[in-house]
Write a protein that binds this ligand. Structure first.
Ligand SMILES: [Mg+2]
Length: 239
């Protein structure tokens, strides 16, 4: 029986290609910090620290890994830089929602699941601060309050597709992996590792799916709005 639904954000809830979004994000953040980082130095530093987060082995939070690497390369402290990054996320970052289409049914489906008693977790790759992830949920018109837990770089110690990311998330919401359904648009990033630790998988097909050359058969697939039908059937069969 499924008790929790874990959802990816980019390409699953948010209908965009993550590569396009990141391109615009880097242009915007470079502009904001141009006075501190001339040339493309800032983007290089962010990418290098992001690489380290992707390899995080659980000793530190992703946030600690990010800043440990970053601060070694610059003459400023976290206390000096963090408020400036926060201002960027509050003042500049919201403009990146341009061109993102919103499907009001997404929030409805999640509301239904919540009412039926499922736990919900946002299983986005935890490379961003919570403030940026909540802003991105606003772009999709999805209420952040619907989620029992939102993965962000402050709290998580691993990244997708490390199976430990999925295990940590299941532990945090106190649901056995076998009772979790992982919903995502990318086979290798979202689904294969989740399945490896016993989760059920749902491949979202909305035009942004990224399949794998290596065969993978998800337990379910289809549009995100089919989620409630699947869970009703599942409960009907198993209860
Ligand atoms: Mg995705």
């Amino acid at each position: 029986m499924i008790e929790a639904v874990l959802l990816d954000l980019d390409g699953t809830i948010l209908k965009h290609r993550v590569e396009d979004f990141l391109k615009r994000y880097f242009t915007l953040i470079e502009k904001r910090f141009n006075h501190l980082f001339p040339d493309s130095k800032l983007v290089q530093l962010i990418l290098a620290s992001t690489e380290k987060m992707l390899k995080n082995d659980g000793q530190k939070t992703n946030k600690e890994v990010f800043w440990d690497g970053f601060l070694k390369q610059v003459p400023w402290s976290l206390e000096e830089l963090e408020p400036q990054f926060e201002r960027f996320y509050l003042e500049d970052f919201p403009s990146l929602n341009e061109g993102i289409s919103v499907d009001p049914r997404t929030n409805q489906v999640l509301q239904e699941l919540k009412q039926k008693g499922y736990k919900l977790a946002l299983a986005t790759n935890p490379l961003f601060p919570r403030i940026a992830i909540e802003e991105r949920l606003r772009w999709a018109k999805v209420e952040s309050g619907l989620f029992d837990f939102i993965a962000s770089y402050e709290t998580m110690h691993y990244c997708k597709p490390n199976p430990e990311f999925f295990r940590e998330l299941a532990d945090l919401i106190r649901v056995e992996p076998e009772r979790c359904l992982m919903v995502g648009n990318e086979v290798e990033l979202d689904l294969r590792a989740a399945k490896l630790i016993g989760m059920k998988t749902f491949l979202v097909k909305n035009g942004f799916e990224v399949l794998s050359e290596v065969e993978f058969v998800p337990d379910f697939q289809g549009e995100l709005i089919k989620l409630s039908d699947i869970l009703i059937c599942e409960r009907g069969v198993l209860r």
